[in-house]
Design a protein around this ligand. Structure first.
Ligand code: AVJ
Ligand code: FE
Length: 434
């Protein structure tokens, strides 16, 4: 890519993320922007100014070497200074001020982008710092989308329906032969520190589901009394099931003999063929045990997603090396729900596994740890401070993840009890030749 093409691609990605932040914050009134819709989330106006503040810190001050725009507010928007529950009580910028702030920062960033050579310094090589900030904004946009899902009231977001299932009869699972594969990346220019470096990993033979677990399958687990049967739950999972009195995915409620769910303000019957979403790790793990299976590990997921057994190479995405298009995956909030299981035939992996990228994040039975040779870059607070904590891995992105913020190597993590994120799962099992 030439320097001009790279600058153009950066500008396009910056604008796409800002259009999305604007849509998510303009959809509600000022009252709604400053309110806390859930203790788990920040007020939307905090996310907006925090997006601007990170952009100011990295692109205006560090990359651009410019004077601060608003040094006085750094502390308010430092996620490590104030837990989410405290944020509404802070003297935050009001919606008008926050909008003016992100605009002012962005104007300076476009000027920095025009004048900074995108080489010579690791932080800017291949536009990395700009890519990091694009991903940061998109990550917060997905968080804001989750806040929208938690708010009550009439629908304010609208989008067309996702594509239908392809209608083919797919095998329930595929076999992945044991052997080494290359996990992670040393080449992907905008990959974040925890995805690096590329390294060989030995994976034993396993089977993995062709598609994510559907609402219909999950309902069978509920109907079989799965929530009341301790056999399927791990010790911590059972304790949390009891503490939180879990009986169904978040946002579901009983309606006579059936169930309804609320999705961005719309109350609707549960679509049986759609991947289940808004379950925590413990629920995913219990379902898998009930089904006689288990959750995949992170190396298994990445091998099923990236490895091409014909060439022995790991691809950038399940379908190959091309960037995602709307035909490959349900990404970018183009739709406000996952597509039915079996959709996106063009997005399948070399093994024929579908919907690994997009639709729902997938819970995995792996903890968040660094790869061998990991180096924090450019700051420890993105990944390093979370290694070894009480987190489970999530892969593949959801319908609310932008294409800039997910890849075959992209690693996400969250506490195993979290249910407001757009996470589901698929199952795997050991290969037992006999
Ligand atoms: C990587 C999605 C877990 O949103 O908590 C945003 C990303 N880090 N701002 C999060 C992040 C700093 C992070 N996750
Ligand atoms: Fe952040």
């Amino acid at each position: 890519m030439t320097a001009i093409d790279l600058r153009f691609a950066i500008a396009e990605a910056l604008e796409r993320s800002r259009d999305r932040s604007t849509r998510l914050t303009d959809a509600v009134d000022d009252n709604d922007l400053v309110r806390q819709h859930s203790k788990l989330m920040s007020p939307l106006v905090w996310d907006l100014a925090h997006i601007g503040n990170q952009e100011e810190l990295w692109l205006v001050r560090d990359v651009g070497g410019r004077d601060p725009v608003r040094q006085d507010i750094d502390e308010l928007y430092d996620a490590f200074q104030h837990p989410r529950a405290e944020r509404p009580a802070l003297p935050l910028l009001n919606p008008t001020e926050a909008r003016a702030y992100v605009r002012e920062v962005r104007d300076k960033v476009f000027d920095v982008l025009d004048r900074t050579p995108l080489e010579g310094r690791k932080l800017v090589e291949n536009g990395f710092a700009f890519g990091m900030i694009v991903q940061h904004e998109q990550q917060h946009d997905e968080t804001m989308l989750a806040t929208h899902q938690l708010r009550t009231g009439a629908p304010v977001l609208h989008a067309p329906e996702p594509p239908a299932a392809s209608g083919e009869r797919l095998p329930a699972e595929v076999f992945v032969a044991g052997g080494p594969f290359e996990m992670g990346t040393s080449l992907e220019p905008w990959a974040l520190d925890n995805e690096r470096p590329a390294h060989q990993v030995q994976v034993d033979s396993f089977w993995i589901d062709t598609v994510p677990v559907s609402n219909g399958q999950y309902l069978a687990f509920i109907d079989a009394g799965g929530y009341d049967d301790q056999r399927w739950w791990s010790e911590r999972g059972w304790a949390y099931r009891n503490e939180a009195n879990l009986t169904a995915p978040r946002f579901w409620r009983r309606d006579g003999d059936g169930w309804l769910r609320t999705r961005f303000g719309v109350v609707e019957p549960i679509p049986l063929d759609e991947p289940v979403v808004h379950v925590c790790f413990w629920e995913a793990q219990a379902y898998a045990a009930w089904a006689g299976k288990r959750l995949p590990t992170e190396p298994e997921w990445e091998k099923a997603a990236r490895y091409d057994p014909e060439t022995g190479r790991s691809r950038r995405y399940p379908w190959g090396d091309e960037d995602p298009t709307p035909e490959h995956a349900n990404l970018g909030q183009r739709h406000l729900r996952p597509a039915p299981v079996g959709a996106y035939p063009l997005g399948q992996s070399a093994y024929g596994v579908r919907q690994l990228v997009g639709d729902v994040w997938e819970w995995l039975d792996s903890d968040f740890r660094p790869y061998p040779g990991f180096k924090a870059f450019p700051y420890k607070e993105y990944s390093e401070v979370f290694f070894g904590g009480d987190y489970k891995m999530l892969r593949g992105g959801s319908f609310g993840t932008d294409k800039a913020a997910v890849r075959g190597t992209f690693r996400n993590w969250d506490h195993p009890i979290r249910r407001q994120i757009f996470a589901g799962f698929r199952c795997a099992r050991d290969h037992r030749p006999d």
